[in-house]
Design a protein around this ligand. Structure first.
Ligand SMILES: NC(=O)C1=CN([C@@H]2O[C@H](COP(=O)(O)OP(=O)(O)OC[C@H]3O[C@@H](n4cnc5c(N)ncnc54)[C@H](OP(=O)(O)O)[C@@H]3O)[C@@H](O)[C@H]2O)C=CC1
Ligand SMILES: O=C(O)[C@@H]1CCC=N1
Length: 272
């Protein structure tokens, strides 16, 4: 199978849709095989100018492309599907990026037996460092999963897992970059408190974050071992760790990620 022979339409090309389009182009996907749709005319013009892709109305995109990537907010998916579903020819692969929404949400609105694949990716797709988790709906075959993987692999890592785990994935890696940015913000404030120039604080933290991420990925060491290697007896790090523990940061992280998972479930319930 050569995925590049397929024409992909990104339906609702906002932040994630643009990340997918730009990643496919960086990976050598021809612009002639990429279509975008937008709700606002000026957004469509921006995408056509920036990427040289075709910008079409939703129904025309659905009729033209053989893979449809649904990239609207979950709250907009119901309205979109009323317009889109009648224009989707049988057998089109529909890939949904929508947080919370199960494949069944799309299957019941699309023509019978339409293959639907659910993906939870994240914004580091913009720098080819996405984590994209892929699950098959009830009519998606191994070939549909393989095609979806082939499309997403240039954007970063991919992983297949059961759809029942997708809300947890959303809470961990879908939203995950935001938690790290939040920590960087807080650490930058701490640098300012200690009298460092903002830019210096920012640069120090970004490099520490990058270094820590590469250590986690490349050494195979457990995070506890990596942290212990930084934490000298009677040293500076343990003084910071004591504060994190006394402020119950670990419990806050558990609660926060559980809240994100619960919100994915609420979004799905509200969309039905
Ligand atoms: N942002 C993230 O980090 C992640 C997002 N996701 C998921 O990806 C999806 C997109 O999120 P994100 O990119 O952040 O959202 P955006 O709001 O940036 O993008 C959605 C786009 O869809 C457009 N749109 C809405 N309705 C229609 C329609 N009927 N026809 C055509 N275009 C339409 C919107 O237009 P307009 O500009 O007019 O609003 C907007 O440009 C969501 O389902 C989200 O859950 C998944 C993982 C990570
Ligand atoms: O916040 C959200 O709902 C989306 C889904 C995962 C990341 N951003």
């Amino acid at each position: 199978m050569n995925a590049v022979q397929h024409t992909i339409a990104v339906i609702g090309a906002g932040k994630m849709g643009e990340a997918i389009l730009s990643g496919l182009l960086r990976a050598g996907w021809p612009a002639t095989r990429l279509i975008a749709t937008a709700r606002r005319a000026e957004r469509g013009e921006q995408l056509a100018e920036r990427y040289g892709v075709r910008v079409l109305p939703n129904a025309e995109a659905a009729a033209t492309a053989d893979v449809l990537v649904i990239a609207v907010k979950p709250q907009d998916a119901g309205t979109l599907m009323v317009e889109l579903a009648p224009a989707v020819p049988a057998g089109r692969l529909v890939v949904t990026l929508c947080a919370g929404l199960p494949t069944a949400f799309f299957e019941k609105r699309l023509p019978d037996a339409t293959p639907v694949v659910r993906v939870m990716s994240n914004t580091p797709a913009l720098v080819d460092q996405a984590m994209s988790a892929i699950s098959a709906g009830s009519h998606a075959s191994a070939e549909h999963l393989a095609l979806t993987e082939e499309m997403l692999r240039p954007l970063g890592e991919t992983l297949r897992l059961p759809e029942s785990q997708q809300d947890a994935v959303t809470a961990l890696s879908g939203s995950g970059p935001a938690y790290f940015y939040y920590l960087v913000e807080a650490m930058t404030d701490a640098g300012i408190l200690l009298g460092l120039p903002r830019q210096v604080a920012h640069d120090l933290i970004v490099q520490a974050a990058l270094g820590a991420a590469v250590m986690l990925r490349d050494t195979g060491e457990h995070p506890v071992a990596l942290r212990e290697a930084v934490t000298s007896p009677g040293g500076t790090t343990i003084s910071a760790i004591r504060e994190l523990e006394s402020h119950r940061v670990r419990a806050a992280v558990l609660d926060a990620i559980e809240a994100a998972r619960d919100r994915a479930r609420e979004i799905a319930a509200a969309a039905e």
